[in-house]
Design a protein around this ligand. Structure first.
Ligand code: GTP
Length: 397
């Protein structure tokens, strides 16, 4: 039924099936499998010290992931993060399980305690997939533009991870200041060719989805407010927020900040996109770079699906490349050693030859002298004093 066209591509032939085969059930199979396996998502927070990274993590997932589990009294300062901390939590909603991992990093310039990094451990067999699907980059609410440190950091991160910039502690800026600040941040990001996560645009999408995507995109960089506390509003409601003498900033109120949109983007709308882009593009690029740096080229024309056998194959290639590199190095060292030995042998051979020649010359001369002497004795002529030197006497003995 299939014929290839000039380009060698088989045209799609649509046929109506006479009976029920069953592949229409594929989406249900995928759904069942996903629900059974659950989902796994890893986010990371990065930025200067004290910008509210740890607080936002708790706010974001509405779970006190950080000890102490009880909400902190308003006067209590959250301790500084001084090590790269990985916090995991299993969250369930309508029977769907999500294993969420959040990597909290110490603020820039803080003392970093890396003693317990996974990579340093001897037993690394239990390491799970630690790829970070989204990196929230916290920008200090200065109201000016990005700092050199932010630009430098983002430039190093953007090819490795889905970068999502957020304006920290947005309650410290007015609405106008936030709007101006956002515009400047976006201009800086564009100027420095920094790639931040963009919502993908799909064709044939329904209006509602398109509107949602547009709204999320219009809020980037998200101006967020985090809070561990429940406060009372002037009209008696109890909300998560921050209380000020002039009123309450509500975390979950879209009029007050972009927290809800950020959570919507991360969890409800683009979690799968973030995971897919991380696994298929960012990780693949990194892997290709690594392979190329080891001298193994990858066929970039074929978009390789990640599957265990392909991974094993690649690991084997990497291992073989490593072995052949080691072999080549050993060969080189061996050749060098052989060459050194050869040149030493040649040198001593030349020395021996020179000594041999010197001795032979001396003996030839001695023989000639003796023959001369013999001839003189036979002919009855006296020996010349010159011939009877100390040196010749030595050879005569
Ligand atoms: P490091 O652990 O040092 O990296 O700090 P961090 O970025 O994790 O900040 P953390 O969450 O510990 O918060 C630092 C301080 O800022 C705390 O006193 C928080 O109560 C406060 N804070 C957190 N979020 C906000 C916010 O949205 N607005 C305001 N005004 N303060 C906040």
């Amino acid at each position: 039924l299939t014929q290839t066209n000039n380009a060698g591509i088989a045209p799609v032939i649509r046929k109506k099936l006479m009976g029920y085969v069953g592949f229409a059930n594929l989406p249900n199979q995928v759904h069942r499998k996903s629900v059974r396996k659950g989902f796994q998502f890893t986010a990371m927070v990065v930025g200067e010290s004290g910008l509210g990274k740890s607080t936002l993590i708790n706010t974001l997932f509405n779970t006190p992931l950080y000890p102490p589990k009880e909400p902190l009294p308003p006067s209590t300062e959250r301790p500084k993060t001084v090590a790269i901390e990985s916090i995991g939590a299993d969250i369930e909603e309508n029977g769907v399980r999500l294993h969420l991992t959040v990597v909290d990093t110490p603020g820039f310039g803080d003392f970093v305690n890396n003693d317990d990094r996974h990579e340093n451990r001897v037993n690394r067999q239990k390491i799970v997939d630690n790829r970070v699907h989204a990196c929230l980059y916290f920008i200090q609410p200065t109201g000016h533009s990005l700092k050199q440190l932010d630009i430098e950091f983002m430039r190093r991160l953007h090819t490795r991870v889905n970068l999502i910039p957020v304006i920290a502690k947005a309650d410290t800026l007015t609405d106008e200041e936030i709007a101006d600040f956002k515009a400047r941040i976006l201009a800086d990001i564009a100027h420095h060719n920094i790639h931040i996560f963009q919502a993908p645009s799909y064709e044939n999408e329904d209006e509602e989805t398109l509107a949602e995507a547009e709204e999320i995109a219009s809020k980037i960089p998200f101006a967020v407010v985090g809070s561990d506390h429940v406060v009372e509003t002037s009209d008696g409601r109890h909300v998560r927020g921050r209380a000020y003498p002039w009123g309450v900033i509500e975390v979950d109120n879209e009029e007050h900040c972009d927290f809800v949109k950020l959570r919507q983007m991360l969890v409800r709308t683009y979690m799968e996109e973030l995971r897919e882009y991380t696994n298929d593009v960012l990780y693949e690029n990194w892997r290709s770079e690594k392979l190329l740096s080891m001298g193994v080229a990858q066929d970039s024309s074929v978009f390789r699906e990640i599957n265990p056998s392909a991974k094993i194959q690649e690991e084997r290639i990497l291992h073989e490349a490593k072995l052949s590199k080691m072999e080549a190095e050993m060969k080189m060292v061996f050749q060098q050693k052989v060459q050194e030995k050869e040149s030493k042998l040649k040198q001593s051979e030349e020395e021996l030859y020179a000594r041999h020649k010197e001795m032979k010359d001396a003996l030839d001369k001695q023989r000639a002298d003796l023959e001369d002497k013999k001839r003189r004795i036979e002919s009855g002529r006296p020996l010349t004093p010159e011939k009877n030197t100390t040196k010749n006497r030595r050879f005569l003995r």
